[in-house]
Design a protein around this ligand. Structure first.
Ligand code: PEP
Ligand code: MN
Length: 340
């Protein structure tokens, strides 16, 4: 349930309303907007049903949230969440672009990628150091050595680092080098990992599971936010369908669905979403036109030599061209549709 406070509610009204909720053995989650203040009520359904709030001073109304996810829902918070990654903003009409190789392979490879994505206008360097590969015989990543290379290349090019975490025991290690923890599709419902990431004070990029519904995905985000970490960025990366021409079926409509259902920012991964580099730019443009807050794109200086996902990696010159297009497209979207 959420309690919507009246526009003229005083601090004392808010304090008393929160106190009543807590006295009933329930948890509160305060969200103060410019216009209205909302108190989220979380806990036992029966206790919530018995809670009488409507007659309290300063309370305008109470609204039941029927979905299982609450804190991430648009009902709970109407305004778009903007995740601030050390000064780089994700959400609210800002264009966030994360780019770089699928996997960190060497310093030379990474620096070349970092320099070109920075020059083209990206704000994050991506690259996996812990790779969840389908086959145990495939390249598994450079682990901590890879993290060190990421930090070094990102520092030299003034980019933020986003990298995947596959094990909750690696939180401290990865947190030392990364600005954003990426939870990959295969771990979207690794609930112990999600709970642990709820306790960190760094943003999380939560990719959609290979066969997850939008509702399951938002429930996964709820785990992180319910733990206390409100800085979650969602990422649509394609889902499994019967189609085999593409690696996955990129669900652009999920961008619109998430914007309706949640206040969290959403970016799109056209690389894993298609598996084919030729399709990356058209789908990236489609994502921005649909209102996405940004992109995560695989870029490799020499895709033919890539140790993973070369087929879906853009060459630097193609990425630079795409950036020009989407900057213009994003400006158009802002002008005509407001904050995406
Ligand atoms: C990746 O970003 O390299 C990756 C493994 O993505 P996903 O989890 O979406 O497959
Ligand atoms: Mn990849």
């Amino acid at each position: 349930m959420i309690i919507v406070m009246a526009k003229n509610a005083t601090e004392e009204n808010i304090r008393r309303a929160e106190e009543r909720v807590r006295n009933a053995g329930l948890k509160t989650h305060l969200s103060k907007g410019d216009e209205v203040t909302i108190i989220g009520v979380i806990g036992d359904k029966k206790k919530i049903a018995n809670l009488e709030m409507n007659m309290m001073d300063g309370v305008e109304k109470t609204v039941r949230i029927t979905e299982k996810y609450k804190l991430v829902s648009r009902d709970f918070k109407q305004t778009d969440t903007v995740v601030d990654v050390g000064g780089v903003k994700v959400g609210g009409g800002n264009l966030a672009v994360m780019a770089g190789p699928c996997a960190v392979e060497s310093y030379e490879q990474l620096l070349e990628a970092a320099e070109c994505v920075k020059a083209a206008g990206a704000n994050f360097l991506r690259g996996g150091a812990f790779k969840p590969r389908t086959s145990p015989y495939d390249f598994q990543g450079l682990a901590e050595d890879g993290l060190k290379l990421l930090q070094r290349a990102a520092k030299e090019t003034d980019l933020k680092v986003v990298t995947e975490i596959v094990d909750k025991d690696d939180i401290d290690l990865i947190g030392t080098y990364a600005d954003v923890f990426q939870v990959g599709a295969r771990n979207m419902q690794n609930f112990e990992l999600l709970k642990a990431l709820g306790k960190v004070n760094k943003p999380v990029l939560l990719k959609r599971g290979l066969s997850a519904t939008v509702s399951e995905w938002l429930n996964a985000a709820e785990y992180i936010v319910a733990g206390g970490n409100e800085n979650v960025i969602l990422c649509e990366r394609g889902i499994r369908t019967y189609e085999t021409f593409t690696r996955n079926t990129l669900d652009i409509s999920a961008v619109v669905a998430v914007k309706e259902l949640s206040h969290l920012p959403i970016i799109v991964d056209p690389s894993h979403g298609t598996g084919r580099w030729q399709m990356v730019a058209p789908m990236a443009r489609a994502a921005i036109a649909a209102g996405a807050d940004g992109l995560i794109v695989e870029v490799h200086p020499h895709p033919e030599k890539a140790l993973s996902d070369g087929d879906q990696s853009l060459k630097p010159k193609n990425f630079a061209r795409l950036m020009e297009e989407i900057k213009e497209l994003n400006a158009f979207m802002r002008k005509h549709y407001g904050e995406n």
